[in-house]
Design a protein around this ligand. Structure first.
Ligand code: ADP
Ligand code: MG
Length: 259
């Protein structure tokens, strides 16, 4: 089981779109996949067609050990993957976890009991470096960082990289940056090309080969509760996320070959 946190403390950079579409694309490739929504906004939950107002239990109850993982997990109505859903309740977890023991290990512990159930677990983190994101980073083996190729993209990156380094040093020796995913890419823009080239120069093979273009079909899909890759398979953005799933599968297979 490979666990990946999809993180970037900036909002609106494509974390949820990446989490939902990668989960659906991995599922479509026969990978047993779980999508964990760790954002109180619950966008990943609704984006895959789960009604966040009508949950029997959510990731909030799992983190606070008020419900079991099995009670909260639901199959995605729109794709071949499972969802550990979230809603507004999760906003309270930030405060309620503070006084509890092993507060940052709650998600890790919950997932550990389900090692055998999944090939991939994807964690959609909230836009902050909070206790929730910390739970995501402590549970994960690696971080996938979606980013837009804009002028300020690199600035925010150093905070995230420092947080990942601290978590690696103090809480989770397994954690590493898997890669930077360029999203909402506009190939026609010179600035986008320049920033993209800069990323490749600085981060080398930590930059995924797949480029996800800006594509309105990916933005429309959530309102239908269907991941873009299933909503419109022919759309350029969908094809990019299908290619990204193959890149991720190749990546984890290359680790197996080495070990
Ligand atoms: P985050 O989870 O980082 O806040 P989202 O995935 O919710 O970011 O994306 C922010 C907005 O951008 C959403 O409205 C989403 O539909 C849109 N979006 C994300 N990726 C793309 C893309 N490749 N092309 C067009 N719109 C996109
Ligand atoms: Mg989001």
């Amino acid at each position: 089981m490979h666990i990946f946190a999809i993180a970037n403390q900036k909002g609106g950079v494509g974390k949820t779109t990446t989490a939902v579409n990668l989960a659906a694309a991995l599922g479509a490739n026969g990978q047993r996949t779980l999508l964990v929504d760790l954002d109180p906004q619950g966008n990943a939950t609704t984006g895959c067609g789960v009604d966040k107002r009508n949950l029997q239990a959510s990731v909030y109850q799992v983190l606070l050990r008020l419900a079991s993982f099995e009670d909260a997990r639901v199959p995605s109505p729109s794709g071949q993957f499972d969802v550990l859903p979230a809603n507004r309740d999760l906003a309270g977890a930030e405060v309620e976890l503070v006084d509890l023991e092993a507060r940052e290990m709650r998600l890790k512990t919950a997932l550990a009991a389900h090692q055998a159930d999944y090939d991939f677990v994807l964690i959609d983190c909230p836009p902050s470096l909070s206790m929730l994101t910390l739970n995501g980073l402590c549970a994960a083996h690696g971080v996938i960082i979606p980013m837009q190729c804009e002028y300020y993209a690199l600035e925010g990156l150093s905070d995230l990289v420092n947080t990942i380094k601290k978590v690696h040093a103090n809480l989770n020796r397994d954690l590493k940056i898997i890669g930077l995913l360029r999203v909402m890419f506009e190939p026609g823009r010179t600035l986008a090309q320049q920033v993209s080239a800069q990323l490749e120069e600085h981060f080398g093979d930590k930059v995924f080969k797949t480029l996800v273009p800006r594509n309105v079909r990916l933005a429309e899909a959530p309102s239908y509760g269907v991941p873009g890759v299933l909503f419109d398979k022919a759309a350029k953005g969908s094809q990019a996320y299908m290619a990204f799933a193959v890149e991720m599968i190749d990546r984890v297979n290359s680790w197996k070959d080495k070990s």
